[in-house]
Design a protein around this ligand. Structure first.
Ligand SMILES: [Zn+2]
Length: 173
């Protein structure tokens, strides 16, 4: 997943990566590259998930609080989404200040289930749903739910259950 995100951002941030790649050449890296944790295992992302969770009264409100992760997998910032009064939908700002949005995390209310909504099955009947938004904006969508954390990969079009129950609020092993 990270490799795919890297590929994507490399296209978007070619000059940045060119500079970074040049820097990596000296000195030659002899130590094995430390495996970077997936984005949902980063402590600040876990903290943002807990923040969104509490804004929905632990998934009991109908609102879908969330946040975007913007930048690159190794250098990103987190922007909380504005929580509107609308139920089952939210306003999100992507690519804030021209910085590429990698992922959108949001809480699903208990009745919403842990899977991303689809064009066929979503609260608004908008014909888009989470997976439609992910495809249109070319971002990955994470659903935070009482039953677990799931992710829709806009490249593979696959939904992957990442962590079960409320484990997403704990550090990754
Ligand atoms: Zn959703």
């Amino acid at each position: 997943m990270i490799a795919q995100l890297n590929l994507n951002t490399r296209q978007t941030y070619q000059p940045f990566y060119d500079g970074l790649a040049a820097g990596w050449c000296v000195p030659p890296n002899t130590a094995p590259q430390q495996q970077q944790k997936p984005i949902y295992c980063q402590p600040d992302v876990i903290a943002a998930m807990k923040r969104a969770w509490s804004r929905t009264a632990n998934g009991t409100l109908g609102t879908e609080a969330g946040f975007t992760v913007n930048g690159t997998p190794s250098k990103y910032s987190i922007a909380d989404t504005k929580s509107g009064n609308t139920q089952g939908s939210q306003r999100i700002t992507v690519n804030p200040g021209g910085v590429r949005t990698l992922a959108l995390f949001h809480v699903h209310p208990i009745r919403g289930g842990r899977n991303p909504s689809t064009p066929e099955n979503n609260y608004l009947g908008s014909g888009e749903g989470d997976t439609g938004i992910a495809d249109r904006l070319k971002i990955d969508i994470y659903v935070i739910h009482r039953d677990g954390l799931s992710m829709y990969d806009h490249k593979t079009k696959q939904v992957t259950p990442l962590r079960d129950n409320l484990d997403w609020a704990k550090p990754c092993k």
